[in-house]
Design a protein around this ligand. Structure first.
Ligand SMILES: Nc1ncnc2c1ncn2[C@@H]1O[C@H](COP(=O)(O)OC(=O)[C@@H](N)CCS)[C@@H](O)[C@H]1O
Length: 976
């Protein structure tokens, strides 16, 4: 990524600081003052980020948002308030600050009037900072970076210093910001320690932002709270703008203006020759990698066959991967999306015992159930398979042999409970006894229901076999371990590479790094079970592979069940791809070019280490040219209302129940994506679903499309009229292009919940456009006015068509309905970089009808009661219990723990104890510093260390690290 800027450009401070926060190395290229970097802009705009060749971002705040999102710093962008401050900076603050800076540093004479215009802006800032310390929360966010960057040059001006003299909260905030290393290095880079004069040339060569007429004191009015509110309700062009519902209720809000050159560029692409427009690619099975194309292998975590998936499972894996796959197809990438049921392991054996059938029968029954559920949710797999196949056995055993031959398999003995009555070793969940921690008599072998803590079955007092009630006894048994310490260097080298080139959500990085930081331990890969892939090694043939060695191999074997040519996806990763042949948006600037196949794993956070550490280590160790993960898109957890999903308590909606609620699959899809747990755990809330349905879908999106199409139908026989673009139409097109760029960028970054907001911003723009032009009035006027009405609604019908395409990954059924109503040809189904005319004049649309139904509060009340379930027991939940622990504890693993499918992963107690001690020590250190009133920067640095330790502790305890650190969790901020 190239950053073009001129020397002394103050806007570059925020951009460089954001890049530092994001850990992204931008290639900074100095150009002359006033240089024209963006070919289609008449005026110079600097700094400019070239995101990929020919694609530019030139609003500094958008660049800040983009970099933070790309660097997986979503926490710094999260929340409405951040977006509102970003807009405040560009629409309120900059229009006063820039002319003032020009007067001070450019002309050497401060404009007094302009200085006075700062008063209301500064008091607004002071008020906010007084209550929080930072702009959007108690921690630094993108808002602070953007506003501080804009304020920095002002701090070099004496009169401005006087203006903030008594504003103590602003002054404290300034010192806090100045103490941040990212800010310090950005400031140094831009100013070269030369003082305020350094800004002169750059200021004189840049256009002055248009704003609320600062010279006439307009800024004063603009900063008054009423206006701040209406400005914040403007359509946002930021990555994660959360639209206020008031926006759709206030369509009279004027549209933001873009530079004339940008508008002209939008007109040019709008009227592109239809012969040059992209056309969709037909899907033909079997899909195989194609040379010189972007080949993407998408996997969704394989859901356990023995569970009915709940809405959390659905958004955590299959639905997220589906949205991304659909998007990739619309971008014309060549992709394969595979998934299937994870069928082996203790949990399946247990379920079979419970239901009195064989494990195979359980798998057949539940595989069918899963298939039906995903069909109802419209999940468009290229292939949905299962892990209990001959291909699974062949491939898993082959990988094992390769690891064995290369010396990556260790043998070791372990003590495990053995039941003489059943003549078998018992997995933890088959044992009961007295809890060694609290003395509860009826503790389970994997967890105590009384104290809620995870335990090892071997530690239970008075153990008894759950199957025959006899007393099991400890016995030494031999097991096989994969030598992860020996594989660590290879894994680290791979991770370094893919971290730099790929999309790795911050939880995926944090969890993976915590494993690496602690040093990898040998991991047991065999189990004393019958239901699994047989271990082929002599002396171990009575054992099967541990389900977590087996499960990700399922991705390979499922592909092998899909096509005989599976090796083209899995064993061919290093052929060169010609970047010239990519769509412009593919990340040719990154290092994917040496991959024929890029693999994306979609999964929930508890699955991360198995996909980022264990599976890649095995594939790298097998040294058989396997495709190894390049991108990891992990979600946090979705909860149900204020509790967890629990089948046994009946709380939460499970896949097989959703269709009986009367809420269409598309509405579930929309809402699950809208609240997708991307940077912290989120909740499915019925009240919120009602709100989002009735405001965003019904009043905003549905209202715009229906209004436009009904009007076209009723007044122009449904025939698209000649579209003669006037100034505001061009502005609309340019603003839509901005949202479209962000939609694509967000999708490429795996920020699926942000792209949905970009769609809603486009329909909001559409509503504003209709409202401003009032075709219902024009149509009754002169012939010219009637013509204009036809032009306005025809343009709106085209915007609706674009919306139908952008919506397709999220709401495929609704997208199809809109396209039927538009009578749109299937050729429209491509996501291009810019809006173009898809429905030409003369095209006749179909029959419009309302797209969404209002959801009534009474319906929601019924659903709430139906799915409330029994109250949760005081301690452990029966569904998600222990899963994060299993995922994050990188400790020595005993096979008696069963497998993760049995929900019995172990906590590394020693590590928990060590971290607890460290947290206590660091907490005391922070308290001492605070009591001694140490400098804020010093305290902040120690608080940061404390938070990091707390996160590590939470991870080691199997808890959500976000809950330990208030930095990302809004409203969680406890006093440190
Ligand atoms: N509450 C949740 N929110 C989001 N994602 C969740 C939640 N609970 C689980 N998950 C993810 O769902 C998938 C499937 O989980 P399942 O337990 O059925 O299966 C497995 O974990 C393994 N069989 C995967 C083998 S590849 C998973 O990604 C969870 O993290």
């Amino acid at each position: 990524m190239k950053l073009y800027t001129d020397s002394g450009n103050f806007q570059t401070i925020k951009v460089l600081a954001a890049a530092k926060f994001a850990g992204i190395n931008v290639d900074k290229t100095d150009v002359s003052h006033g240089a024209h970097v963006v070919p289609y802009l008449k005026e110079s705009r600097l700094p400019v980020l070239e995101v990929f060749p020919g694609k530019f971002l030139f609003s500094a705040n958008t660049v800040v948002s983009y970099l933070l999102a790309k660097g997986s710093q979503q926490a710094l962008l999260a929340g409405d308030e951040v977006q509102q401050w970003l807009e405040w900076e560009s629409t309120q603050f900059a229009p006063v600050a820039v002319p003032y800076l020009v007067s001070v540093f450019g002309h050497g004479k401060a404009e007094k009037d302009l200085l006075n215009s700062f008063t209301p802006l500064l008091s607004h800032l002071e008020k906010k900072l007084k209550s929080h310390g930072f702009l959007a929360d108690k921690e630094v966010s993108a808002a602070d970076i953007a506003v501080f960057g804009a304020m920095y040059p002002l701090l070099q001006d004496k009169p401005f210093q006087g203006a903030i003299e008594k504003l103590t909260a602003i002054k404290t905030w300034i010192s806090a910001m100045q103490s941040l290393p990212a800010i310090q290095s950005a400031v140094e880079d831009v100013t070269q320690n030369k003082g305020g004069a350094v800004f002169k040339e750059s200021l004189l060569s840049q256009p002055v932002p248009v704003g609320p007429s600062p010279a006439t004191g307009g800024a004063k009015d603009a900063a008054a709270s009423k206006n701040v509110k209406s400005q914040s309700a403007k359509p946002s062009s930021s990555t994660s703008a959360t639209p206020k519902s008031s926006t759709s209720e206030n369509p009279e809000v004027p549209m933001e203006r873009v530079p004339a050159e940008e508008a002209e560029a939008a007109v040019k692409s709008w009227s592109a020759d239809s012969k040059t427009l992209p056309t969709p690619v037909q899907r033909k099975h079997p899909i195989l990698p194609v040379k010189d194309k972007r080949n993407i292998l998408i996997t969704s975590a394989l859901p356990y066959v023995n569970n009915v998936p709940h809405l959390g499972n659905i958004i955590g894996c299959v639905l997220s991967a589906d949205v991304f796959s659909r998007y990739c197809r619309l971008r014309k990438y060549n992709l394969l999306y595979i998934c299937g049921t994870d069928e082996y392991g203790t949990a399946t054996e247990t379920k079979a015992l419970e239901e009195g059938v064989t494990p195979k029968q359980i798998c057949d029954k539940y595989n069918k159930l899963h298939t039906e559920i995903y069909e109802w949710f419209n999940i468009d797999f290229d292939y949905f398979g299962r892990t209990t196949t001959k291909q699974q056995t062949e491939i898993a055993q082959d990988i094992f042999w390769k690891l064995y031959e290369k010396g990556f398999i260790l043998k070791d003995s372990i003590e495990q409970l053995h039941c003489a009555g059943c003549d078998k070793f018992l997995a933890d969940r088959f044992v009961e006894g007295t809890c060694p921690l609290c003395g509860f008599d009826d503790a389970r072998g994997d967890q105590c229901d009384s104290c809620g803590r995870l335990i090892n079955a071997i530690d239970l007092r008075n153990p008894r076999c759950k199957l025959c009630q006899k007393t099991p006894s400890p016995r030494v048994t031999q097991h096989l371990f994969v030598d992860l310490p020996k594989l660590e260097p290879q894994l680290k080298a791979h991770l370094d590479k893919v971290y730099a080139s790929g999309i790795w959500t911050s939880n995926a990085r944090t969890i993976t790094n915590s494993w690496i930081r602690d040093g990898l331990k040998p991991r047991c890969i065999s189990r004393d079970l019958k239901w699994g892939t047989p271990v082929p090694l002599e002396g171990y043939t009575d054992k099967v592979f541990y389900v977590w060695f087996d499960a990700p191999i399922g991705y390979i074997s499922i592909t092998a069940n899909y096509t005989d040519k599976w090796k083209e996806w899995w064993k061919n990763p290093k052929q060169a791809r010609d970047p010239k042949n990519c769509l412009t948006v593919c990340m040719v600037d990154d290092t994917h070019q040496d991959y024929l196949v890029e693999m994306y794993n979609f999964l929930g956070k508890d699955n991360v280490p198995f996909h980022s550490v264990i599976f890649p280590s095995c594939l790298l160790g097998a040294d058989d040219n396997y495709t190894v993960v390049g991108h990891m898109v992990a979600t946090e957890y979705l909860n149900y209302e204020d509790t967890k999903f629990s089948k046994s308590r009946g709380s939460g909606v499970f896949g097989d129940q959703a269709k009986d609620t009367g809420i269409p699959a598309d509405i579930y899809r929309f809402y699950l994506l809208y609240v997708r747990p991307e940077s912290q755990d989120t909740s499915f809330s019925w009240d919120d679903l009602l709100l989002k349905n009735n405001s965003e879908l019904l009043n905003n999106l549905g209202n715009f499309i229906n209004r436009a199409l009904m009007f076209l139908s009723n007044n122009f026989d449904g025939v698209i009229q000649p579209i003669e673009l006037e100034d505001e139409d061009k502005q609309l097109l340019a603003l839509i292009n901005r949202e479209l760029t962000l939609y694509i960028t967000n999708m490429e970054n795996g920020s699926l919940r942000d792209s949905i907001r970009n769609i809603l911003s486009i329909s909001r723009l559409g509503n504003q456009f209709m409202q401003a032009n009032k075709p219902w009035v024009l149509v009754k006027g002169s012939p010219a006015e009637k013509k204009r009405a036809g032009s306005v609604v025809s343009l709106s019908a085209n915007v609706s068509c674009l919306l139908s395409v952008l919506l397709q990954p999220y709401m495929p059924q609704t997208s199809a309905t809109i396209q039927t109503q538009l009578n749109a040809p299937s050729t429209v189904n491509v996501i291009s970089d810019v809006i173009y005319c898809r429905l030409p004049p003369g095209h006749t649309i179909g029959k419009p009808s309302p797209l969404f139904q209002k959801i009534e509060t009474s319906t929601i009340a019924e659903l709430k009661t139906k799915f409330a379930g029994k109250p949760a027991p005081p301690k452990a939940d029966d569904k998600n219990k222990g899963k994060p622990a299993a995922a994050v504890a990188n400790g020595p693993v005993s096979p008696a723990g069963g497998d993760v499918s049995a929900g019995s992963g172990k906590i590394n107690e020693a590590e928990v104890a060590r971290l607890t001690e460290e947290v206590t020590k660091q907490g005391n250190a922070v308290r001492e510093l605070k009591t001694a009133k140490a400098e804020k920067a010093v305290v902040d640095a120690e608080v940061a260390k404390l938070l990091d330790l707390k996160k590590q502790l939470a991870l080691a305890q199997g808890l959500d690290p976000a809950a330990a650190a208030p930095s990302s969790g809004k409203k969680k901020g406890k006093k440190k």
